[in-house]
Design a protein around this ligand. Structure first.
Ligand code: AMP
Length: 390
């Protein structure tokens, strides 16, 4: 039965030829699971809730139906309406990546996007808004700032709202801005809400701003992708650095992300690894936006092959070639683990996630195991699924 339903092509989902071609041009041969399930409902005009992990192709799942609607309106009215869709993202980097995907998919139709994120000059963004973009991708705080202070800018014509990584959008910093934005945008619109995890706050947001949504679950609750190998190493706190260096030297991975709890640790570890001849670069919330983007670009370009980051970088970064994630510190919030390891094994690729668990972090790691439903026997190093032996 399941096979009968399987959709093989973007065309079969109901997408127009221009968009099928755009998918081919960006190298997408067949729809991902979330795309196959979400796009037909979205094209029917339904609101969506997508429970999808990072790397599932969720950006395409909301971008393609929005582009299809734009194309249809442009055809009927001979103009492409400005401020047609707004995508809210919790991080600046994710906002930039979403905009890049929109631009790549919309390149054939001269799509204009504006990115409104904090840490960048307001004036430049005001100029971008003056060009009347079709799509606005923004972090909530900066969008509200522009809605309040930029003359002539409003979202009165908005037809689509996307809340990406909604669980992250609902943190204390953003909640107020998000409420204000929801109050000033048109109620007659389509809303897509994507979240890796379904928290109480996300459910509340869903009730507040979606109408009879179709729920699509590309991954079972809190699961990690099948192509991801998850391993842990139970190590004494004082030897963590040695184990990190050992793994980085012994496991062959062309690109690695190392997660730490603090911004200081990203800097210190990067210094240590560089002194040992490794090509490591830190990225954390303490760095300016331009430095963060610079570090990310060096990593993407392969100039550096180890990115040391805090959880700021664990969400939404689209770095397809990461083949190893190392949790140098175990996250205290189990859901952060899912987001961290979601950096590898993306879009059908394989990947490995190695967690260095010390005597103080055991409890947190057990919580994570409970969450992802895995029962490793923690107390024996031999029982780990590590391929390397230390
Ligand atoms: P996302 O989950 O939207 O961040 O997408 C993760 C990565 O998967 C991005 O690099 C996309 O370009 C890629 N991707 C999205 N959809 C597809 C597809 N249908 N086929 C292959 N790659 C895809």
């Amino acid at each position: 039965m399941a096979e009968e339903k399987e959709v093989k092509t973007f065309k079969e989902l109901g997408l127009r030829d221009e968009l099928v071609e755009a998918c081919e041009n960006v190298g997408w041969k067949t729809p991902s699971k979330i795309q196959a399930e979400a796009i037909p409902h979205a094209l029917e005009g339904k609101d969506l809730i997508g429970l999808a992990q990072t790397g599932s192709g969720k950006t395409g799942a909301f971008a393609l139906p929005i582009l299809q609607a734009l194309l249809e309106i442009a055809e009927n009215q001979r103009t492409v309406p400005a401020f047609f869709a707004c995508v809210l993202s919790p991080t600046r980097e994710l906002a930039i990546q979403i905009s890049e995907q929109f631009e790549a998919l919309g390149s054939g139709i001269s799509l204009r996007c504006a990115v409104l994120v904090g840490g960048v000059d307001m004036m430049q963004q005001t100029l971008a808004l003056g060009k009347r973009p079709h799509i606005v991708v923004a972090t909530p705080g900066r969008l509200m700032d522009h809605l309040t202070n930029t003359k002539g800018f409003s979202l009165g014509t908005l037809k689509y709202l996307v809340l990406d990584e909604a669980d992250r959008l609902l943190n204390d910093d953003f909640e107020k801005s998000l409420d204000e934005i929801l109050n000033v945008i048109p109620r007659m619109r389509q809303t897509y809400l994507f979240s890796a995890t379904m928290t109480k706050k996300v459910k509340k947001l869903q009730r507040a701003c979606l109408k009879n949504p179709v729920k699509i679950e590309a991954a079972s609750k809190y699961s990690t992708v099948d192509t991801l190998k998850q391993q842990y190493r139970f190590v004494p706190a004082k030897y963590k650095d040695c184990y990190l260096v050992y793994i980085l030297t012994e496991v062959s991975a062309s690109s690695t992300m190392v997660f730490t709890r603090t911004c200081d640790a990203t800097r210190l570890l990067a210094l240590m690894l560089r002194n040992l001849g490794q090509r490591a670069i830190p990225i954390s919330g303490h760095m300016s936006q331009s430095k963060r983007l610079g570090a990310l670009n060096k990593f993407k370009a392969g100039e550096c092959n180890i990115l040391i980051c805090t959880d700021v970088a664990s969400r939404g970064l689209d770095i397809p070639s990461v083949d190893m994630v190392i949790n140098y510190d175990i996250p205290t919030n189990s859901k952060d683990y899912i987001h961290r390891v979601g950096r590898t094994a993306r879009a059908g690729r394989t990947g490995v996630a190695i967690s260095l668990v010390n005597q103080y972090e055991l409890e947190w790691y057990l919580q994570i195991e409970k969450l992802i439903g895995m029962l490793y026997i923690l107390f024996s190093i031999e029982a780990t699924r590590m391929k390397v032996s230390i």
